[in-house]
Design a protein around this ligand. Structure first.
Ligand SMILES: Nc1ncnc2c1ncn2[C@@H]1O[C@H](COP(=O)(O)OP(=O)(O)O)[C@@H](O)[C@H]1O
Ligand SMILES: [Mg+2]
Length: 729
């Protein structure tokens, strides 16, 4: 059995690794590398008081505070990992990542501070974000630790420097949340055992938010999306002219521009001389809103009900609003009775069909007054009841000018494959990535600069992959003077990691295996790496395709193997980075063995692939301090072949690098050494006009080995080199 932590082979019945002592587990690895946010909260100022108190009283008092702290941590989605002295440590982002873990942690910090403000204890809080190794099976409630990594030590370090009743954060947390939280710069914190001081900020307060969304006021001009906007515009025209309900669903991955399209339509509606009602609401991630939350937000907005209103005020406002729409007293009471529960007020508890009918009646009444646009954002997070209602509304709403716009991620279609289908008045618009030209224009506008260095531009386009949100985040990175090649913007990493965590574990594992292969991969190879049956693999890939993580390619570059590609290269990168390094080595090896087993069937760039995977396996194995077995020999052979292929194709520079890498793995006693040295010398002579020594040594060695043809080649290239340098006439 192989240890998931260190990669050592153990006896099949071993329960603990003989190398590192970790508990061994059969089945897939249950460890993952993740970007997590750590929060430390230390209750201070209790020492002086504690000296005068009975120890049991101290404990009783403290446990009450810890109860408050724990409740706030968990309310924001954190997991309490452990208590260290007076400090509590919590983790955000593990075992399951959310898009906004750093923000949640900072907000939890504020909540704890506020909850203890009246008490006689002080608290010091630190939040820090970074990569950690996460044990997915750990049970923190039993004292098992879930995360390990420098991020924990740094967070602890920061905590000791936190201002009293303040929240201190590190650089990565600051960057991930600066759009939503206000910060003040602090002096850097000297880290124990750290070369560099830790850059620190004090979180002051959350910034006000426009609705639930990031402020859309500072937008660059829209690029592309003309056809999509036309669909929305046409649906509005039809709804108004024909008095027929229209349903348009915008489907696409996060950041692709769904909300933006809705905003564009809204500004068209604003410019319209006629008055049009516009009601917009957004569904929240599962488990965080109540049923029909989005709908109740809409009704509250229509009636002008505020969160702070008392029940009586809310009731009065609701009654005024609804009676302005529905005159007939019996009907008014019936509608009110069914709408009240949406606002948390007592009302009818009828069957669902009746409730739906009453809500529909209200919406129809609204649309009869003026054309009505209802926007349901992020519908993939809606509860089933909410989905049923939107569907029902599209089907049943009477002849009124009503336009329903929904935005959703592809997961919605996974949940409701028939969404919108079979209705004459429904359209689903799938938002494809923007073209590179459009993204280029977007980048230029964001940077207020027409031309970037070609390399930078190409790199940005590749990473953005047609996603405007990613493009924006990379531009920001560039503006902050960071190199886009170094890291993923925090928000982008968060969005992708959270999406990966919505997958069933076996599909996520498959994506990780595929990520080892690269942006492009084949059905057979992921099956071989993960050890699953062909049809199971196929089924999982199909599901991943529907969720728009991968795409099946029409042509296949390896024989008859079905070929797939990640839709976005960053998804590949995040999935790959989640695999513990020790496990990566094994997976690269399995990938290489599969390619090797194909024989010469795949002539194209087989040796390149082999060189890459054997090479990666070798490097990872060595850096883990494990025996490398036959990996050096296999890597060397593949590198040599890859070099020869590059050479034959005229890519002399690449060939030169490959030969050099192969030579570094080859002993002088190896029979292949003289030929390899000759090849390297020739490549050097061609690319850098050097290699005299290599060619001369190779020539002698080839002669000694009896390879006269090889020797002749070496001599010829040596002659050419010297001729070129003008040293022989
Ligand atoms: N076609 C576009 N032109 C310019 N900016 C865009 C475009 N589409 C999206 N954006 C910008 O990209 C970011 C993400 O878009 P958003 O609509 O929020 O994505 P989604 O709702 O699909 O997650 C926003 O800042 C938005 O203004
Ligand atoms: Mg959106």
């Amino acid at each position: 059995m192989i240890c998931a932590r260190c990669g050592r082979e153990n006896d099949a019945d071993a329960r603990f690794c003989s190398g590192c002592g970790a508990r061994l587990q059969s089945g897939p690895s249950r460890e993952e590398r993740k970007v997590v946010t750590i929060l430390f909260a230390d209750i201070v100022g209790s020492t002086a008081r504690a000296e005068q108190l009975d120890p049991e009283d101290v404990r009783a008092a403290l446990s009450r505070y810890y109860g408050i702290v724990r409740a706030e941590l968990e309310r924001h989605g954190g997991t309490v990992e452990k208590f260290i002295g007076d400090a509590v440590m919590a983790v955000y982002g593990a075992p399951t990542a959310h898009e906004d873990d750093p923000e949640r942690a900072v907000r939890a910090g504020f909540a704890i501070r506020d909850a203890l403000a009246e008490s006689d204890v002080d608290v010091r809080i630190a939040v820090h974000t970074g990569e950690a190794l996460v044990s997915l099976d750990a049970r923190p409630e039993d004292g098992e630790s879930m995360v390990a990594g420098d991020v924990v030590n740094t967070a602890a370090r920061l905590q000791s420097a936190a201002p009293v009743n303040g929240v201190i954060v590190g650089e990565a947390t600051y960057r991930a949340t600066q759009q939503v939280i206000e910060f003040r710069a602090l002096e850097s914190v000297a880290g124990k055992g750290k070369a560099q001081p830790i850059v620190a900020w004090e979180a002051v307060a959350p910034r006000a938010r426009f609705g639930m969304d990031v402020d859309q006021s500072e937008q660059t001009r829209l690029v592309g999306r003309n056809e999509e906007l036309d669909v929305l515009r046409a649906a509005l025209v039809r709804a108004r002219r024909e008095h027929a309900t229209q349903l348009v669903t915008l489907v696409g991955v996060p950041g692709i521009g769904k909300t933006r399209l809705v905003t564009e339509l809204m500004s068209l509606v604003d410019d319209d001389p006629d008055l049009i009602w516009w009601r917009q609401c957004r569904c929240l991630p599962y488990g965080e809103g109540t049923s029909f939350w989005a709908l109740s937000e809409m009704i509250k907005a229509q009636a002008g009900v505020l969160e702070t209103d008392t029940a009586e005020r809310a009731e009065a406002k609701l009654r005024t609003a609804v009676s302005a729409l529905i005159r007939e007293p019996g009907e008014l009471e019936w509608v009110l009775g069914h709408v009240r529960p949406l606002l948390g007020l007592p009302g009818h508890t009828g069957e669902r069909p009746e409730r739906f009918a009453a809500w529909r009646r209200l919406i129809e009444a609204l649309a009869l007054q003026r054309p009505l646009v209802l926007v349901f954002e992020d519908l993939h997070w809606a509860d089933d009841g909410m989905l049923d209602f939107v569907d029902y509304l599209a089907e049943w709403a009477g002849p009124v000018p009503l336009l329903l716009i929904c935005s959703a991620r592809p997961e919605l279609l996974e949940r409701r494959p028939g969404w919108g289908g079979g209705k004459r008045n429904a359209t689903t618009v799938s938002l494809a990535p923007l073209s590179d030209d459009d993204v280029g224009r977007l980048i230029a506008r964001l940077l207020e600069q027409a031309v970037l260095p070609v390399d930078t531009q190409r790199e940005l386009l590749r990473r953005a992959g047609g996603n405007p949100l990613y493009a924006e985040q990379y531009v920001r990175m560039l503006q902050e003077g960071r190199d886009p090649r170094d890291a993923l913007p925090e928000n982008v990493q968060g969005i992708i990691a959270a999406r990966l965590d919505t997958l069933p574990p076996e599909e996520k594992a498959l994506l990780q295996d595929a990520a080892v292969v690269g942006k492009v991969f084949w059905l057979g190879i992921v099956g071989a790496i993960g050890g699953s049956e062909r049809w199971t693999t196929e089924e999982r890939l199909h599901s991943l395709e529907r969720r728009e993580f991968v795409r099946r390619e029409r042509r296949a570059s390896i024989g008859a193997e079905a070929e797939y590609a990640f839709r976005h290269v960053l998804v590949r990168d995040v999935a790959y980075n989640q695999i513990p390094r020790s496990v990566r080595a094994r997976k690269h090896r399995a990938a290489a063995d599969w390619i090797d087993s194909l024989g010469s069937e795949r002539a194209e760039d087989r040796s390149e692939l082999l060189a890459h995977h054997y090479g990666a396996a070798l490097e990872l194995t060595r850096s883990a301090g494990l025996p490398d077995g036959d990996l050096p020999a296999l890597t060397k052979k593949a590198l040599f072949e890859a070099g020869e292929r590059s050479w034959a194709l005229g890519a002399a520079e690449t060939a030169c690098e490959r030969f050099k890498a192969a030579l570094e793995l080859t002993d002088q006693s190896d029979p292949a050494w003289p030929r390899l040295l000759r090849a390297y010398g020739s490549a050097l002579s061609r690319t850098q006009e050097t290699g005299e020594e290599e060619l001369a040594t190779a020539s002698a060695a080839l002669l000694a080995a009896g390879d006269l043809e090889g020797m002749a080649q070496a001599e010829r290239d040596l002659g050419d080199l010297l001729w070129g340098q003008g040293r022989v006439a």
